[in-house]
Design a protein around this ligand. Structure first.
Ligand code: PMP
Length: 365
């Protein structure tokens, strides 16, 4: 869709990345590290000051203490964290429960590790998308090694509640199933909701890899830097794969972020920043023929277009890009077997003027 958006000169609300720059102070901190000669290999697991800053943040926000020496590893973005966690945890023939729609890197990583994805579909009701925990429980078998969760959730914008987490805990209690929790949108939750990080739940944290991404939090998706937090035994296994999968992550960016993290305001204010953009976008579509689904977190807004067209999601998204001039992503792309729900995803991590331009075009439908 991005390629088509460029070809058709469409406003690209497809791919999930901001069209505005990050804080100059962050660029300054990274540049300073480069100028100061911090340009050689860092420690394999990440520089100590960044791991400490991550551990302190998690402790402050969620009350869980990770030992920065043994339980936090800096990764080349969340994607490498996910792949590495899967490679170390999943072995030939192991089953991994994947809740669909799901981010596109999960299944290839599972298959690369020799595992078998077992799919459970989210349900779509009046309150938006939800995880049917009974179906997750029914999908568990003696071969289940890992359950993957993602909250706030791409592409649906749904956010797991404490009740959801309790249901997950009930499912894995008395088993040796591990959890891989993708929390890259951890700082984007709206309307006063809480991000129920797995680190808030000691029973689950004891068996979980938590993955996050500075790319999302600091508007620098191209820097590809994130981290994985996991208890010592899981981190030890993670690091065995990490060492030969990526070895180390970009030194000056680590120093720059470690310094920038001393000020919590940028991540604490992120929800308010994106909630305003979400509201601007939703208000603009209020009187359109699109039906707005809830967007409780992430920078995504899903819409039901069934009042406009009965074509497939791919056809509709292509038409929207080519004829209306606004790119969106078909939600069917997030399923192993494409299913047609008549829903596409827009990304509102854009300058207000980009959103206004897109809205002007969308309102002509
Ligand atoms: N998980 C989810 C749910 C995502 O949406 C993304 C980015 N689109 C990633 C992981 C990957 O993050 P990164 O760019 O840090 O690898």
């Amino acid at each position: 869709m991005s390629a088509l958006a460029i070809e058709k000169n469409a406003v690209n609300l497809g791919q999930g990345f901001p069209d505005f720059n990050c804080d100059p102070a962050l660029v300054g901190a990274v540049s300073e590290a480069m100028k100061n000669g911090l340009n050689q290999y860092p420690p394999m697991v990440g520089i100590p000051s960044l791991r400490s800053a991550i551990a302190e943040k998690i402790k402050k926000l969620h009350g869980h203490s990770y030992d920065p020496a043994t339980e936090i590893t800096v990764t080349a973005g969340a994607t490498q964290g996910l792949l590495t966690a899967i490679m170390c945890a999943v072995h030939t023939g192991d089953e991994v429960i994947v809740i669909e729609p799901a981010y596109d890197s999960y299944v290839p990583a599972i298959e690369l590790a020799g595992g078998k994805p077992v799919f459970v579909q989210m349900t779509l009701g009046a309150n938006g998308y939800a995880v049917p925990w009974d179906n997750v429980a029914a999908a568990v078998s003696p071969r289940t090694r890992l359950i993957m969760i993602n909250s706030p959730h791409n592409p649906t914008g749904s956010v797991l509640s404490a009740t959801d987490i309790a249901a997950l805990a009930d499912i894995v209690r008395d088993t040796d199933i591990l959890i891989l929790s993708d929390e890259v949108y951890e700082h984007m939750v709206y309307d006063g909701l809480t991000h129920e990080s797995i680190s808030r739940h000691p029973e689950l944290a004891a068996r979980a890899f938590i993955v996050s991404s500075f790319g999302k939090t600091y508007h620098v998706t191209g820097w590809k830097i994130g981290f994985v937090a996991a208890p010592v035994a899981l981190s030890a296994e993670f690091r065995k794969v990490h060492q030969f999968n990526v070895f180390t992550v970009n030194t000056p960016v680590q120093y720059g972020i470690a310094q920038y993290m001393q000020n919590p305001a940028p991540y604490l204010e992120l929800s308010a920043f994106y909630q305003r953009k979400r509201d601007l976008f939703r208000t603009g579509l209020q009187d359109s023929r699109f039906k707005l689904l809830p967007s409780d977190g992430t920078y995504f807004q899903c819409v039901d277009y069934s009042a406009i067209s009965s074509t497939s999601e791919v056809e509709f998204a292509s038409w929207l890009t080519s004829e209306i001039g606004v790119a969106a992503i078909p939600v069917s792309a997030f399923y192993s077997t494409p299913r047609q729900s008549g829903i596409v995803r827009f990304c509102f991590a854009k300058q207000d003027e980009t959103l206004h331009k897109a809205l002007q075009r969308l309102k002509t439908i």
